[in-house]
Design a protein around this ligand. Structure first.
Ligand code: SF4
Ligand code: SF4
Length: 133
């Protein structure tokens, strides 16, 4: 079959962005938009249930995320987002800070932290390169 596209001239110099996906399972309503539209098929729906009784997605192809943020834009529940992985393997901090702000506002409003947000931050600290100043 004839190909209708060409390789860009600077193809060898193009660096494919890398990302890591964070899923806040307890916020998920199981709509599967993120799974359906991820261009790299990174995500799949899991068999497990969250507290609301929905199946959240999981990362099926670790290391394949290109940080396009489509899942993040499509998710109606703000339950998923991606973080940039830099060339040294470090994870960006901007969204982590936003999440920490969100957690403290939840704490102010309700007197206690949203457990899913707290776990999410723990996760990002666990995957490294974030948390310490
Ligand atoms: S950021 Fe893009 S490539 Fe990564 S999981 Fe989301 S939709 Fe897929
Ligand atoms: S788009 Fe959001 S709510 Fe829908 S399955 Fe994915 S994480 Fe869950």
């Amino acid at each position: 079959m004839m190909k209708y596209w060409r390789k860009p001239l600077d193809y060898d110099q193009v660096k494919v962005p890398r990302g890591t996906v964070v899923i806040i399972k307890e916020r998920c309503k199981g709509c599967a938009f993120c799974v359906e539209f991820c261009p790299k098929d990174v995500l799949k729906m899991s068999e497990e249930y969250n507290e609301k009784g929905y199946h959240p997605p999981f990362v099926a192809k670790d290391g394949e995320c290109v940080n396009c943020e489509l899942c993040e834009m499509l998710c109606p529940e703000f339950a998923i987002y991606s973080l940039t992985i830099d060339e040294e393997g470090g994870v960006e901090r901007v969204k982590v800070t936003a999440q920490q702000d969100e957690m403290s506002s939840v704490q102010k409003e309700s007197g206690s932290a949203d457990e899913s947000v707290e776990k999410d931050i723990e996760f990002k600290v666990a995957i490294g390169k974030v948390g310490g100043r």
